[in-house]
Write a protein that binds this ligand. Sequence first.
Ligand code: NAI
Ligand code: MG
Length: 494
Amino acid sequence: MTLSLAPAPSAGVPTRRLIIDGKSVDALSGRTFETRNPATGELLASVAEGGAADVDLAVAAARRAFEGPWSRFTPFQRQEILLKFADLVEANFEELTMTDVLDMGAPITFARARKTRALGLIRFYAGMCTTIHGETLPNSFPGEVFTYTLKEPVGVVGAITPWNAPLTSTIWKLGPVLATGCTMVLKPAEDAPLTALRLGELLLEAGLPEGVVNVVPGFGHDAGAALAAHMGVDKVAFTGSDVTGRKIIEASKGNIKRVTLELGGKSPDVIFADCDMELAVPGAGMGVFANTGQICCAGTRLLIERPIYEEFVERVSAYARSLKVGAGIDPATQIGPVVNATQLERVAGYIDVGLGEGAVATAGGKRLTEGALKHGYFIEPTVLSGVNNDMRVAQEEIFGPVAAAIPFDTLEEAAAISNATPFGLGGGVWTQNVATAHRMAKAIRSGTVWVNTYGGLDPAVPFGGYKASGYGRESGLHHVDAYLETKAVVMKLA
Ligand code: NAI
Ligand code: MG
């Protein structure tokens, strides 16, 4: 089976179909939707639009696979598939990267730099296959009683992903599913479904049995909502907005699904007067502007200690102006387009709101519509200065290249401002004082704090949110726990 960029015989536009039970199929409704390149508006593919009926078929296939052949795979055999899959991702990395670049606009240099992460994630979960185990437990029952626990896969997982990093976010969902022996129905984001479909093909090529991973692109309100509420789905793993996250929680109540949620944030990046500015300016700058600001843990609030406030704002603004904005396909591009017209409106709208609330744009602030950029969704990397933490631009996730600069006077005040949003995903500290670094790292209520660096993720390091940034942790030794049930066996021997 091959779905990759082969033109449909009848039309000039390639078609992509759903992957259900190991087969490439049209949606039952026959409907399709378009996915476009946000840098040019170019139509990339016509994609089968999965709906509730397709989700039903995919969940049934996932259930059959869960109870059938896949349940008899040993840890070694699951590991072998993951390692083979890693090799295939490596061999096809350039194509997968290009698919991300075209489908959602990521700068290619940035996307290529994720190779170590993409492969590292798969191989990490391959390793996890053989680490899953229960325990033997002492107990106080009378007589001779042997007690132990079994770790068993939770069952059929519904995974719903966003568009901002299709390759790595799909792999992040696949890893624990395959490591634990679960099966999956994946609903990729409607704005960038192509990479997930290609990964679905590579999994089959790696020898994964039919039905273990099914890929059903479609819209959130339709395929996504059907998957989130499906009575045959045991767990939902979701990454996306907090608004949708709340709907996922509601939808989980029918069969008391297990739910893990990664919901973004409004992360503080705290810059102390004693920081190394040579590191902090580009570090904090890329902490917010990388991937055009479309990163859940972006350090979007720059909290700057008052003595260096003016200088730092000036330097980070100059840095923002120096960034090369353009199509992702150009290796020199540092900032690509945002993903679609709605996001462009949203980001531009937030900049206007910030200016209306009294902030000043010391860099950027405008859409870019000249020359080659005129058909894409481009906006300048923007620094808003004079922001007060109560302003909407300091409280709400913008998901675009917009930094909000906020002055502070003491560590206590920086901590209070850091924590005064509903979110708690990331955070950063720039200082040369070890005590300041430790105190601030402890004070920020979030799942990750970076010190003198920002945004790096590693498969071995847990990642996730405090507060409204979500439930659960991805990566790390304990990620697989969210895909396992624990069964206690209490056995009377005499
Ligand atoms: P979204 O949360 O609507 O979409 C994420 C995924 O959820 C997509 O696959 C979508 O189809 C699906 N979905 C939407 N509604 C659903 C429903 N009712 N039931 C089940 N699945 C559903 O995010 P969207 O609209 O693409 O972006 C809006 C904002 O969300 C962004 O501006 C940003 O602030 C935030 N966001 C945060 C992300 C993160 O990584 N934490 C990723 C994407 C968006
Ligand atoms: Mg697209």
